[in-house]
Design a protein around this ligand. Structure first.
Ligand SMILES: N[C@@H](CCC(=O)N[C@@H](CS)C(=O)NCC(=O)O)C(=O)O
Length: 203
């Protein structure tokens, strides 16, 4: 347990799970000590409190360890939610299901699309097509409302956006003309936000 009174966040800058955790921590304005880790050489102090070895991990001042990104988001927003991400999203069954699909099927397809050489059962376009099933779901949800949560951004948006960002970045040219205009506008608004810029700052 570090002696500092602040919670310690073990994080990796580009990890979408870590980004969603940092977004909620930033939104909640809770100060934490950021510990950027190398995934190839994880710090012993992190593995001691969270042997599963994934980031993000948040160790609270009382020693409690949160080792799932969604738990970190919910903890942070339950402390302080000035942007109204919890009521905004409702965190209802539909939101949970969307995030579960993101973390399951979509993340699986994202990895295959990003690293097609590791998954030769389909070519890259084939993996992308599988990922597009989720983009279509998002496109429908965003039809008539700017955020998945409705009129305002919510936890459900922030939990999913970092993953869609990665998907879009695999082939920016393709994404720019893909038939998902609402998803594009939603993602662009996020990428241009000060909140996103803040959590991506190099430390
Ligand atoms: N279910 C976890 C997943 C976290 C996760 O898989 N993070 C990746 C980085 S994006 C990781 O730490 N992988 C371990 C490794 O690459 O060694 C969460 O939501 O926090």
């Amino acid at each position: 347990m570090p002696s500092a009174a602040l919670p310690v966040l073990y994080t990796f800058r580009r990890c979408p799970y870590a980004i969603r955790a940092r977004l909620a921590l930033a939104a909640s304005q809770i100060p934490v000590l950021h510990h950027e880790v190398s995934l190839r050489d994880k710090p012993a102090a992190m593995l001691l409190i969270s042997p599963k070895g994934t980031v993000p991990v948040l160790q609270l001042a009382d020693g409690t360890v949160l080792e799932q990104s969604l738990d970190i988001m919910l903890w942070a927003l339950h402390q302080h939610d000035p942007l109204g991400w919890l009521p905004g999203c409702g965190w209802d069954d539909a939101a949970r299901e969307l995030v579960a699909t993101n973390d399951g099927e979509f993340k699986r397809n994202l990895d295959r699309y990003k690293y097609p050489e590791r998954y030769p059962e389909l070519d890259q376009a084939g993996h992308r097509q599988q990922g597009e099933v989720f983009l279509r779901t998002l496109e429908q949800r965003l039809d008539g409302q700017p955020w998945l949560a409705g009129a305002h951004a919510g936890l459900v948006d922030m939990a999913i956006l970092p993953f869609v960002r990665q998907f879009a970045h695999v082939d920016k040219g393709w994404f720019a003309s893909a038939p998902y205009p609402q998803v594009r506008t939603w993602l662009d608004g996020f990428l241009e936000s000060a909140l996103f810029a803040g959590v991506m700052e190099k430390r």
